[in-house]
Design a protein around this ligand. Structure first.
Ligand SMILES: NC(=O)c1ccc[n+]([C@@H]2O[C@H](COP(=O)([O-])OP(=O)(O)OC[C@H]3O[C@@H](n4cnc5c(N)ncnc54)[C@H](OP(=O)(O)O)[C@@H]3O)[C@@H](O)[C@H]2O)c1
Ligand SMILES: [Zn+2]
Length: 349
């Protein structure tokens, strides 16, 4: 089959478009003919390589996808050949106490599909295999590319805001990196949950896009003083929640922007993992720092309802054929995207 893959870590130069072995189906698994995939920044992390994280090589990235079931392994129930499905990225043992209690993200064998699985095992390919529990019927009103772009970002955002930060209607949320995949779903979810969102983004075109996603206010982080603007917008009080995935460079500003008793929820650190902190702020302001990672299947079902009800829509702004996935990754790495980028399989041989 055709796929985009790499055999060693590095810049986008290590990415190849070409033939790789077809997936071999095991018990409890389903085989999909992929119709579309979507990019996440973790595809970039996988390609670059991370300290103390060993990924199987050769590697096909891609943790989001949508396609048609073309085969099912032994023991699979509830999924049939011909089903049109979207993927849920958590691959786990399905028998430990965490898995049995619906907290599969704490399974010691948990792997993010297309990131830690492999070799050759993500959605940047014409065919992919997953555990049967990892597929869900595709919402019928979505195109293939929209369906593919629905899962990982939305699910992560849901867990961050609803489960971890336990937001309440009327809360004010500062959203960093607001124009990207995670950020734009966060703005939409804030609108649905009755939260006041303040988006931080980096160009005027992105600011306009954020308004379209539901941002009540927008700060241009590239040319405005974010803390000063937050003070003006909140009459000196600060925000209840900071939603972050940018990390090191914005961490001190986030702490300044938080109201007393505020919460910082974080799922990533695109700009670095080792921020400095003056711990006096932590106790004097009585802040909470919350980590969040992906989400459970139960949470996935909850946020998918909002898509089915058409309250949240996957913000796909660009699509590329699989053969041009490398160019798409470059745009993401160069911070030149808005919303989600999707990959179509149809134009490939
Ligand atoms: N642990 C989890 O469950 C989880 C889930 C999803 C994402 N993440 C992490 O969250 C981060 C964002 O992921 P994503 O898929 O939303 O990425 P994305 O679609 O590329 O969005 C990231 C946004 O962050 C901003 N940004 C700030 N500094 C940047 C830099 N140096 N390079 C690129 N973008 C930068 C940009 O928005 P502006 O220009 O508007 O500022 C960009 O659009 C990644 O680090 C990812 O690994 C973690
Ligand atoms: Zn388990």
């Amino acid at each position: 089959m055709k796929a985009v893959y790499f055999e060693e870590h590095g810049t986008s130069d290590v990415l190849r478009y070409g033939d790789v072995p077809d997936p071999e189906l095991g018990p409890g698994e389903v085989l999909l003919r992929m119709e579309a995939a979507a990019l996440n920044f973790n595809d970039i992390w996988a390609r670059r390589g991370l300290p103390r994280v060993e990924l199987p090589l050769p590697h096909v990235s891609g943790t989001d996808g949508a396609g048609v079931v073309i085969d099912v392994g032994t023991g699979v129930e509830g999924v049939a050949v011909g089903d049109e499905v979207i993927t849920y990225c958590v691959n786990c043992c399905r028998k430990c106490p965490a898995c049995m209690s619906g907290e599969e993200i704490f399974c010691r064998e948990m792997k993010l599909w297309g990131f830690q699985t492999g070799p050759y095992d993500g959605s940047y390919a014409q065919y992919a295999k997953l555990q049967a529990e990892q597929v869900t019927p595709k919402p019928t009103h979505l195109s293939w590319t929209e369906a593919a772009a629905t899962t990982t970002s939305l699910l992560s955002v849901w867990r961050m805001l609803v489960t971890r930060a336990q937001v309440k209607a009327g809360n004010t949320v500062l959203v960093w990196g607001a124009s990207g995949g995670t950020g734009s779903f966060a703005l939409q979810l804030c609108r649905v949950l009755g939260l006041r969102s303040i988006a931080v983004t980096s160009t005027e075109a992105k600011a306009e896009f954020c308004r379209g996603m539901g941002a009540e206010e927008v700060i241009r982080g590239d040319c405005e003083d974010v803390h000063q603007r937050v003070r003006e917008m909140t009459r000196g009080r600060g925000v209840d929640i900071v939603f972050d995935h940018v990390g090191e460079t914005v961490w001190p500003i986030s702490i300044e922007c938080l109201a007393w008793g505020g919460k910082l929820v974080i799922c990533g650190a695109t700009e670095g993992f080792e921020p400095r902190i003056d711990l006096r702020y932590l106790w004097n302001k009585q802040l909470s720092f919350l980590g969040s990672h992906i989400g459970t299947h139960r949470e996935w079902m909850e946020c998918l309802k909002l898509v089915e009800q058409r309250k949240i829509h996957p913000p796909v702004t660009q699509t590329f054929p699989l053969s041009e996935c490398i160019a798409a990754q470059k745009l993401m790495e160069d911070r030149q995207i808005m919303g989600k980028i999707a990959i179509r399989m149809d134009s490939d041989d």
